[in-house]
Design a protein around this ligand. Structure first.
Ligand SMILES: [Zn+2]
Ligand SMILES: [Zn+2]
Length: 141
């Protein structure tokens, strides 16, 4: 439920070419440690689930590129083609989609609920005890 006093939060890529805003509080925030997120995000991904109606692209549609992974993976990865920043999976085709929390320039209000796909976490990465629930696989799957 989006608080009535929710103030829009800006988001951007590293070079500033892509700018967007979230006009409502995201549904959730979680960490994904799968190998695909590791390679794209640089270590692991912080993923917001956002309602399409709450996502507004302000600038830079021409910079956005999409990587479509081979089957069975379905998650198309959007990123800035100029600076490489991950953006998540903003889409006109889905009611709710992932947005990279790393792109936000403000606090979305939600807090992490889950570390998922920990089975794929590199052994050399020690996670401090942050009190967030941890699972080896994917939530719900
Ligand atoms: Zn960029
Ligand atoms: Zn992942």
């Amino acid at each position: 439920m989006t608080p009535i006093d929710f103030k829009p939060i800006g988001g951007s890529c590293l070079c500033g070419g892509v700018r967007f805003e979230l006009t409502g509080q995201p549904l959730s925030l979680s960490y994904c440690h799968c190998s695909r997120c590791r390679k794209q995000a640089g270590l692991f991904a912080a993923v917001l689930m956002v309602r399409r109606e709450d996502f507004r692209l302000l600038a830079g549609a021409e910079h956005i590129r999409r990587y479509e992974p081979p089957a069975p993976f379905k998650h198309v990865r959007a990123f800035c083609g100029t600076c490489g920043s991950p953006l998540g999976e903003p889409s006109e085709a889905h009611e709710v989609f992932p947005v990279a929390a790393s792109a936000l320039d403000g606090d979305p209000g939600v807090r992490p609920a889950l570390h998922q796909n920990l089975a794929a976490k590199p052994d050399w990465l020690a996670l401090p005890d942050d009190g967030v629930k941890r699972i080896d696989g994917t939530y719900g799957g």
